[in-house]
Design a protein around this ligand. Structure first.
Ligand SMILES: Cc1cc2nc3c(=O)[nH]c(=O)nc-3n(C[C@H](O)[C@H](O)[C@H](O)COP(=O)(O)OP(=O)(O)OC[C@H]3O[C@@H](n4cnc5c(N)ncnc54)[C@H](O)[C@@H]3O)c2cc1C
Length: 314
């Protein structure tokens, strides 16, 4: 049950480059488990011949910055992680002419997972099951769960992204506005980012980004559009000849206290209701998706066991 489905979700806007970071109060160990599981999953789809259906690509990444950065905690999850030498940083600085000379650079290979393709794949898989159905419906608050025709055995999983702010009445959730430009151009097969922009290739288009602003405005801003173009063209001048597919804006569901993966029960008019929350993935929702889904499955198994214990004691 969702207010809307693909292609009208935040996930559809993401280029889907695997690139986790620590969220709120989530421990590094936990983020690492989720991130590693997701990377392993993308890898298994890629080697298993499902890359095309699921939108998985293995891409080389070049990441540079004008700041001195430590080696990231996820360096041993990606393939072939290396720090750039001072000579390479100088060469890239001469080429791109950033405001601040590059001080740090990493190269490695990792996966992009295009959410639109992966969601379409799973939608198709689920439609083949006889006991699965999709309903378009908004649940404004947790109280709305009371109006659903469910009994105490029903578990509701809340993956509402930013919608969880009102549904769960969660003040920790904040929208981080991301405007990006989807283009078509031949010959770009590697991902690049610096302090001003990023270029991420997908199978049918390339995503140029982007903004990170505290805002709920989902309209395309012409100023952002121009700065994304200008900054990306500084790095790859040939992008000025690219064909525009669309400019688009999404709101990242950032939660100051980290991803919420937790069970919650309440007594409604129609009995006890249990909700399993899984939201607040900020700008790393694609990078953590499979790992968090695994944690959801574990929580469901625990809940089922507890439920059986209670039932057998009655
Ligand atoms: C520009 C941009 C670029 C990004 N790039 C990357 C990237 O490269 N790598 C990466 O890992 N992450 C990236 N992200 C972050 C990633 O997109 C998000 O973390 C992720 O999409 C969150 O997924 P979600 O399923 O929680 O939310 P959503 O995709 O927003 O899905 C929420 C679903 O819940 C439904 N819903 C919401 N409220 C309700 C309600 N009250 N009742 C019923 N249904 C409801 C919605 O209709 C929707 O179907 C990017 C984000 C943006 C904006």
């Amino acid at each position: 049950m969702a207010e809307d489905y693909s292609p009208n979700t935040t996930s559809n806007i993401a280029a889907g480059l695997w690139g986790p970071y620590l969220l709120g109060q989530n421990a590094e160990k936990l983020c690492r488990t989720w991130a590693q599981a997701t990377h392993d999953y993308f890898h298994s789809l890629w080697i298993g011949g499902q890359a095309d259906q699921c939108g998985i690509c293995l891409v080389p990444v070049l990441e540079v910055s004008g700041h001195h950065e430590p080696t990231p905690w996820w360096h041993d999850i990606v393939f072939g992680f290396q720090r750039l030498s001072p000579e390479s940083l100088q060469q890239l600085t001469n080429e791109h002419k950033p405001i601040k000379d590059y001080a740090t650079g990493f190269t490695y290979s990792t996966f992009t997972c295009e959410p639109t393709k992966l969601m379409n794949f799973y939608h198709h898989v689920l439609m083949m099951q006889t006991n699965v159905s999709f309903h378009k419906k908004k649940l404004s608050t947790m109280k709305c769960v009371d109006n659903l025709d469910t009994d105490e055995n029903t578990l509701i999983i809340n993956c509402f992204g930013l919608g969880a702010k009102t549904f769960s009445d969660d003040p920790d959730l904040t929208p981080i506005r991301g405007q990006v430009r989807k283009i078509e151009t031949p010959g770009i097969f590697h991902s690049f980012s610096n302090d001003y922009c990023y270029i991420i290739p997908n199978t049918d288009s390339i995503t140029l980004g982007g903004t990170k602003q505290y805002s709920t405005d989902t309209r395309v801003c012409p100023l952002d559009r121009n700065s994304i173009r200008k900054n990306c063209e500084m790095v790859v001048p040939s992008l000025q000849h690219a064909t525009l597919v669309k400019d688009v804006v999404g709101l990242r569901p950032l939660r100051s206290t980290g991803v919420r993966l937790q069970m919650e029960s309440f007594h409604g008019f129609s009995g006890r209701k249990t909700i399993l929350h899984n939201y607040g993935h900020g700008g790393a929702g694609i990078s953590l998706a499979w790992g968090c889904a695994g944690a959801v499955v574990q929580l469901i198994e625990q809940w089922e066991n507890n439920f059986e214990d209670v039932q057998s004691k009655l």
